[in-house]
Design a protein around this ligand. Structure first.
Ligand code: IMP
Length: 199
């Protein structure tokens, strides 16, 4: 059994990753298992940079292989905002959603995408970074109670319900996080098989 830490305190993200890793012989820990870990400052200017900072710090503090994601919502009519500031756009999820809907009032273009960068780190160094996205539109009003964050107002392309209304299995199949994670998983499997050839 291998161990890996995901550098987050967000129980929803941990749950999504546990589901994505179901069937793997890997035990997933998170920063919730390391309450002494100092808060990690996300002072990067891109999703990839922030994911790298979090993964590096977690691998160093936990002395384990670690990965981290940095994710957010980019809205076309708002020139990509809230982007890397998605979690800081307003104090709470309902306030963030209210602010977003207000900013979009009267705007015809409601296209948006969720982006997720995942970085893998070991011994305090980033090994590789991957990016995934899911495209869709911002609904006129929030609906549904699954998921977290902006899920109640994000309707992915090809669906009529928001991420918060769709079953978690659907979100976990098509989400930005699932897409980035599939790339990271393929990379890890390739590295392990190269290592196997050498041994
Ligand atoms: P961070 O990646 O934890 O820095 O924060 C990303 C922020 O983007 C979250 O707090 C949410 O507001 C938003 N976000 C990222 N991924 C999702 C998602 O899957 N659903 C809804 N909101 C998300």
């Amino acid at each position: 059994m291998a161990f890996i830490v995901v550098a987050t305190n967000n129980a929803h993200k941990v749950d999504e990753y546990r589901r994505l890793m179901a069937g793997e012989d890997v035990e997933l820990q998170s920063l919730l298992d390391y309450p002494g870990c100092p808060a990690i400052e996300e002072n990067g200017t891109t999703f990839a940079e922030n994911a790298g900072i979090k993964a590096m710090e977690a691998s160093r503090y936990c002395q384990m292989p670690a990965f981290a994601d940095d994710s957010g919502l980019e809205v076309e009519a708002l020139d990509g905002a809230p982007g890397i500031y998605s979690s800081r756009y307003a104090p709470t999820d309902p306030e963030r959603i209210a602010k977003l809907l207000k900013e979009l009032e009267g705007k015809e273009n409601r296209r948006a995408r969720f982006v997720c960068a995942i970085a893998i780190a070991w011994n305090g160094e980033v090994i590789e970074t991957f990016e995934g996205e899911v495209r869709g539109v911002i609904a006129a009003a929030p609906s549904g109670s699954n998921g977290f964050g902006y899920d109640p107002v994000f309707i992915p392309d090809g669906y009529e319900q928001s991420f918060a209304e769709l079953p978690p299995e659907v979100k976990n199949r098509i989400s930005h996080r699932a897409n980035a994670f599939a790339k990271a998983q393929a990379f890890v499997e390739e590295q392990l098989s190269l290592l196997g050839d050498l041994l």
